[in-house]
Design a protein around this ligand. Structure first.
Ligand code: NAD
Ligand code: ZN
Ligand code: ZN
Length: 394
């Protein structure tokens, strides 16, 4: 089959690789019909994620048709259409029982490697390095899905791929980011990053009762989407001083809840710290560029909450932790417990409360994935979200 494979920094290729096989009785094989490129994939593309190996199949936002079943699969039959969460969870361990699926204790075969890096290992993830389990990813014609009785969700008849595809990651991620922000009715919620995760954080902040949503980014068309589709007030961090603007907009108190949907690759806003981070990152003195995390801590109102869906990889430098402590801030973060949110969010889509396809700007066959990575990373051609179609774009 064809699959998108990582070969090094900024080097994704479409390779011919062996078709996946059923390995365990609770596996299914899915023929992929739609699969997206995520901001998290850009950390692989940029070479920031350690333990990637040449030839690794990437991608973790897939859906498609079940074509083969292991003998212990009870939840699906051949021909079912399913969306596959990026987190692989057993459903039975201490963490899964608490619905902390992205922290599943049993699905990372490279547990020891992760334990050395983090103290304990989180769950295995599709297409996201050997540290996270070396699971072949979903930017491919076929995908083996382990723990099929726990992860994937069946798509009701008549609902097109594009409405449900983002249940695999970014819609639940935005939703959990808003839940983690501990929004109280009427709160002002500031969202840094108007990429796909930021867009769904904005949509979800309203669902949790926000009174105002303020969106911050540097890319005009992303801000425009936040304003038009997300009904957010906007700040362009390239042109305005974010801290000053937020204070003006909140009578000097700061936003009650801050969502950091940018992560480790923050770009230069109006601050100089990002230049220092880039220099340190280049010589491996720092793995991440936490410009936005710093800014959120300084802007958040006293006693507020900072929710971090943005991915960090290892070490961050010069976090104003004293400010966070003395201002009594709460931090909540993590890889999304996708399985926890699937029934609720599928229902919202079926009921027409939200159509997540509004973020899609690019549709392309799998073969042009390498080009699409570049377009998405560089935010060229108005690109906000790319959907790859292994069967071709119809
Ligand atoms: N927690 C999870 O489970 C989970 C799931 C999916 C994605 N993520 C992470 O969420 C983050 C966002 O993902 P995405 O798909 O939206 O990616 P993206 O790269 O499209 O979006 C990031 C956005 O941040 C903006 N940005 C950069 N610097 C900024 C600054 N200084 N101030 C304000 N905005 C700035 C960029 O212009 C861009 O629009 C990534 O770190 C990704 O890895 C986490
Ligand atoms: Zn993702
Ligand atoms: Zn588990």
């Amino acid at each position: 089959m064809k699959a998108v494979c990582w070969h090094g920094k900024e080097d994704m290729r479409v390779d011919t690789v062996p078709d996946p096989q059923i390995l365990n009785p609770d596996d299914i094989i899915v023929k992929i019909t739609s699969t997206a490129i995520c901001g998290s994939d850009l950390h692989l593309y940029g070479g920031f994620m350690p333990t990637m190996e040449a030839g690794d199949i990437v991608g973790h936002e897939p859906m498609g048709e079940v074509v083969e079943l292991g003998s212990a699969v009870t939840k699906f039959k051949v021909g079912d259409r399913v969306v596959v969460p990026f987190t692989i969870a057993c459903g039975e361990c201490f963490f899964c029982k608490k619905t902390l699926y992205s922290l599943c204790d049993t699905t990372n075969p490279n547990y020891e490697m992760a334990r050395k890096a983090m103290g304990q290992s989180p769950a295995g993830l599709f297409g996201y390095s050997h540290l996270m389990g070396a699971f072949p990813g979903g930017q491919a014609e076929y995908l083996r899905v382990p723990k099929a009785n726990v992860g994937p969700i069946k798509v009701p008849d008549g609902i097109p791929d594009e409405k449900v595809l983002f249940l695999s990651d970014i819609f639940p991620t935005g939703y959990m980011a808003a839940e983690n922000a501990e929004i109280e009715p009427g709160d002002t919620v500031a969202v840094w990053g108007c990429g796909p995760v930021g867009q769904f954080s904005i949509q979800s902040a309203w669902m949790f009762g926000a009174g105002r949503v303020i969106a911050i980014d540097l890319v005009p068309e992303r801000l425009q989407m936040a304003q038009q589709k997300g009904k957010a007030e906007i700040i362009n961090a390239d042109k305005e001083k974010v801290h000053e603007r937020l204070m003006e907009m909140t009578n000097g108190r700061g936003p009650d809840r801050c969502i950091e949907a940018v992560g480790t690759e923050a770009h230069v806003g109006t601050g100089i710290d990002t230049y220092l981070d880039r220099a340190k990152q280049a010589v491996m003195l720092e793995t991440d560029r936490p410009h936005v995390l710093r800014q959120a801590i300084m802007c958040c109102r006293k006693g507020g909450t900072i929710s971090v869906p943005g991915v960090y990889i290892s070490m961050v430098d010069k976090i104003p932790f004293g400010a966070a402590m003395n201002k009594g801030l709460t931090f909540k973060m993590g890889q999304t417990h996708v399985q926890r949110y699937l029934p609720t969010l599928m229902q919202k889509i079926v009921d027409g409360e939200i159509d997540p396809s509004f973020v899609i700007t690019h549709r392309a066959p799998l073969q042009v994935a390498p080009e699409m990575y570049k377009t998405f990373r560089d935010k060229k051609d108005g690109c906000i979200k790319v959907v790859l179609k292994p069967g071709g774009v119809v």
